[in-house]
Design a protein around this ligand. Structure first.
Ligand code: ZN
Length: 409
């Protein structure tokens, strides 16, 4: 076993330490559970410079697992900000299409994809909003060829988190950077199930539990879910021939992987026309530097006809007005209160974590995979079965609303 020195990252006013043993376990879990990287398989890896302590360990474990070639692509917050502060206006409609075409080509040749995330949730909140929107639009259009291979689950892919300082400051305000990063690291390790001695075994067990839940739900072929709680009485009709998914699943290249680490949810596709009643979110939603609190929505025939929030309501409504599909559900997910993320009581300002704290609904496009035989269905067939396929929200990302207090099946 390789001996690792404590990780020391310099921050203003001191340094921070992250448990190197648990960090190494997280890297091993990303490769062996998250990706199930195969001998000879190439890997395209994106990371920030700040996450290097984790990213270097991931690369080590990738080569130990027999990786062909690992290609890292790095970004940096200061470099991103330099563009917004000093870049010529014309430049904000450009994106690195050549890079994404190359990534798409790598995925066509069966390269796996891994993203290390630890971004500052409000990095661009002080920048010109129209420049941010233009840059995002150009980027998402250029990214499309590569993204389609990920959303279509052509290849095994994984996202894993690293406690970067700016993110830690938001999750744990009012303490020193050193303390905040240490606390966020511990929260990530617990949520990612690498805080015990046998994380690979823990994930095997966790995947078995999630699979048993999906099989129970699929066996019952429920027509609808009924959620009740303070401010909530919502009936979510389920799409015809819907299928519940959760935990490890098999990509089209035949490799079974865990795309999200952590993950606690089982999820499926609601019927785009059969959602009625009202719902109040129990957690704030962090979106592009805006915190949207106390979301209340009323649904009629699948459409969110009334939407308000105690703060961030304007931003939220603007997102829902992106197109017609944005006001209909693309996902409904069940998460038990016993999940480590729910029990932590933390708001992570990061969907990868926050969507696993509570049952939730997501607006916009549905997963083709959440149908019986979904991999072979055309968009028209999915729409005929009640799946929401036309809504393109937030650059094709779903919009998560961690909501609800109680579940009644
Ligand atoms: Zn979800």
């Amino acid at each position: 076993m390789t001996a690792h020195l404590p990780i020391t990252t310099s921050v203003p006013g001191g340094s921070v330490s992250i448990d190197p043993v648990k960090l190494d376990r997280l890297a091993e879990v990303a490769i062996k559970v998250g990706l199930q990287l195969q001998p000879g398989q190439d890997l395209v890896l994106t990371s920030s410079i700040a996450a290097l302590p984790l990213t270097r360990r991931i690369v080590e474990h990738a080569y130990k697992a027999g990786a062909g070639l690992v290609t890292p692509i790095f970004n940096d917050d200061e470099i991103t900000l330099a563009r917004f502060r000093h870049g010529a206006d014309d430049g904000f409609d450009h994106a690195a299409g050549w890079l994404y075409e190359g990534m798409a080509k790598a995925f066509s040749n069966n390269a796996a994809r891994l993203a290390v995330r630890g971004d500052d949730p409000s990095l661009l909140s002080g920048q010109d909003a129209s420049k941010v929107a233009r840059a995002n639009k150009a980027n998402s259009m250029a990214y499309q060829p590569a993204l389609e291979k990920i959303t279509g689950f052509d290849i095994n892919w994984n996202i894993v988190a690293y406690p970067e300082t700016a993110w830690a400051r938001q999750v744990f305000p009012g303490v020193s950077d050193e303390v905040a990063v240490g606390k966020l690291a511990d929260a990530i390790f617990a949520a990612s199930r690498v805080d015990g001695d046998d994380p690979i075994g823990a994930w095997k067990l966790h995947n078995a539990v999630l699979k048993a839940r999906t099989e129970w739900l699929n066996g019952h072929r429920f027509h609808a879910l009924h959620f009740t709680g303070p401010g909530t009485d919502l009936t979510v009709g389920l799409a015809d021939e819907h299928e519940w998914m959760g935990g490890a699943s098999t990509a089209k290249n035949g490799i079974t992987c865990n795309p999200n680490i952590p993950t606690e949810e089982v999820f499926t596709t609601p019927h785009a026309q059969r959602v009625d009643g009202y719902v109040r979110s129990t957690k704030p939603l962090a979106h592009g530097g805006t915190l949207i609190r106390d979301i209340e929505m009323r649904f009629e025939g699948g459409r969110a006809v009334e939407v308000k929030a105690s703060s961030g309501g304007q931003v939220f409504n603007k997102v829902l007005d992106t197109d017609e599909g944005a006001r209909r559900l693309g996902e409904v997910a069940l998460v038990p209160h016993s999940s480590p993320i729910s029990k932590s009581g933390l708001l992570f300002f990061n969907t990868l974590f926050d969507e696993n704290a509570a049952c939730h609904i997501a607006m916009g496009q549905c997963y083709a995979d959440c149908f019986v035989g979904g991999k072979t269905l055309s968009p028209e067939q999915i729409a005929a079965q009640g799946g929401r396929v036309l809504g393109v929200v937030l650059n094709r990302r779903r919009f998560y609303i961690p909501a609800f207090l109680y579940q009644r099946l």
